[in-house]
Design a protein. Structure first.
Length: 122
């Protein structure tokens, strides 16, 4: 793999992780406060998450990834009972620690990867 391809793989992984983190935040806010963050709030969450990792993305891309995370979060919430949704949000927040692994968060990470692929295809 060339260094350029390795760089793209890292960037792709960071984008998938960002969508996952935003979905976790959105679900947590939804289940705690019965509100969905809007696109601008999601883009700000993305900027904060990236800054903690000393990374950055252009505003337009943060908004796209925020929109993708909103779609995923709403689909998850629509498919789960409140109790299951609370559990899922908790699991996702725990999984933001790279040492934490679970089957459910692995499956949700794949869903975030599909969301990224959908954004790239659009």
């Amino acid at each position: 793999m060339s260094s350029e391809n390795a760089s793209l793989a890292i960037d792709r992984g960071a984008r998938i992780a960002l969508i996952f983190a935003l979905v976790a935040e959105r679900l947590s806010i939804y289940y705690e406060h019965a509100q969905w963050p809007n696109e601008a709030q999601g883009a700000t969450l993305a900027q904060n998450w990236l800054a903690r990792r000393k990374r950055s993305l252009p505003s337009a891309e943060r908004r796209q990834l925020s929109a993708a995370s909103d779609d995923v979060a709403r689909r998850i919430a629509a498919s789960l009972s409140r109790q299951a949704g609370l559990y899922t949000a908790h699991e996702m927040m725990e999984a933001l620690d790279p040492n934490y692994h679970s089957e459910i968060t692995g499956a949700l990470m794949l869903e975030c990867e599909r969301a990224l692929d959908g954004e790239l295809a659009a």
